[in-house]
Design a protein around this ligand. Structure first.
Ligand code: NDP
Ligand code: PYC
Length: 338
């Protein structure tokens, strides 16, 4: 078990903003990225919380990102809001276009945000949860770098390609899930490496295609999708939906673009917002009750809903005002120069 340090949420925010500003992110990007890192750490999402500040730093050092470019938002085309992130990190672009996406979903029943030309490192649940706060269902997906072999293959072709969904619930936290379509997120394998722990079986193969539980061999070899051919097909769908469908790169093209420099992948993102009022023909109350019966049947069996652990962590960490972070990570962050 790694030695942990306590850090208040405000100190975490300041540490993130300072680190991002020092390395070259403009004020608005630094604030938006820091808020994302804070939200993830507050919810005990270790692989995409403060740990990802290292990736943001490395992305700037790799020299391809624009730390200052502001997103260009084009709402002119019906139910689509097109966002050009202009080679900056995705988060500010998504945040700024979110009100337009919500407005369009309410107007048309469903709407899509397409984000192009963005660097992307983050969890997806904050944006779909935001939609559910507005009474909408949300679906979000992105490719990444081609670290993952398709089912039956041995070579990295697909990204770790996360998929997030959220469903609004009256007076309750939404039903939300957000996961990589690889067995493990890349960030999770990196955390196993830092902790010196072996991986479970079935997560990766080494560079000769043999199964491995060694995190470094997994990072050097190929990761595997979850659920065999089913996760593989979902991952391919994400490549298509957040790539060619919206005129942007696949994970393999993102990897080629990086030219071995490391840092966050560079690609597009699609977020769909669905309005239950329109889609149910105005019968929202009946259908909410139907959804709640589904959730009750799951919980009655002793199963839990996705995000339950996260919402519990949020309540606990918000109340006590601090989070626990590995001491080694804080040491590494202190060593980063501008
Ligand atoms: P996890 O495996 O940690 O969790 C996946 C989801 O399953 C969560 O919603 C989780 O809820 C839920 N869950 C876990 N255990 C159970 C259970 N027993 N019963 C019901 N639900 C359960 O996610 P990953 O490691 O795959 O991904 C972590 C993060 O990494 C995600 O936020 C993802 O967006 C991000 N990511 C980002 C990438 C990028 O390119 N930007 C690439 C890959 C991943 P809970 O949180 O409550 O446990
Ligand atoms: O953990 O797989 C991952 C990941 C990719 C990009 C950002 N995080």
């Amino acid at each position: 078990m790694a030695e942990m340090a306590q850090i208040t949420l405000e100190d975490l925010r300041q540490l993130a903003v300072q680190t991002l500003s020092d390395v070259g992110y403009g004020d608005r990007h630094a604030a938006a990225i820091a808020e994302m890192l804070l939200q993830c750490q507050r919810d005990d999402c270790q692989s995409h919380g403060l740990f990802r500040l290292l990736m943001c730093h490395q992305t700037m050092k790799a020299g391809k990102i624009d730390g200052h470019a502001l997103p260009h938002i084009d709402p002119s085309e019906g139910a689509i809001v097109r966002v050009n992130a202009r080679d900056a990190m995705s988060i500010l672009a998504v945040n700024e276009a979110m009100p337009t996406l919500i407005e369009k979903a309410r107007k048309f029943g469903m709407a899509a945000m397409t984000v192009n030309n963005c660097f992307h490192f983050s969890a997806l649940w904050p944006e779909v949860e935001r939609l559910s706060e507005e009474g909408l269902a949300g679906l979000s997906m992105v490719p990444s770098h081609s670290w993952v072999a398709p089912a039956g293959g041995k070579r990295g072709t697909l990204g770790t390609n996360p998929l997030a969904f959220s469903w609004p619930r009256m007076g309750k936290n939404p039903f939300t899930f957000d996961f990589a379509t690889s067995g493990f997120a890349r960030g999770e394998i990196e955390l196993y490496l830092r902790a010196g722990k072996p991986l479970p079986e079935g997560v990766a193969v080494d560079d000769e295609g043999n199964p491995t539980i060694d995190p470094q061999a997994a990072l050097d070899g190929a990761m595997l999708t979850f659920g065999g051919y089913k996760g593989s097909a979902l991952s391919i769908m994400i490549e298509l939906m957040a790539g060619p469908l919206i005129d942007d790169l696949t994970s393999a093209q993102s990897m080629a673009f990086a030219e071995g420099q490391g840092g966050a992948p560079y690609h597009g993102q699609i977020i769909l917002a669905l309005d239950p009022y329109h889609l149910s023909g105005g019968r929202v109350a009946d259908n909410n009750a139907r959804a709640e019966r589904l959730f009750a049947d799951i919980l009655d069996q002793g199963a839990r809903l996705p995000s339950q652990r996260r919402f519990e962590a949020r309540a606990r960490n918000t109340e006590r005002g601090y989070v626990e972070v590995p001491k080694a990570l804080l040491e590494d962050l202190k060593k980063l120069g501008g």
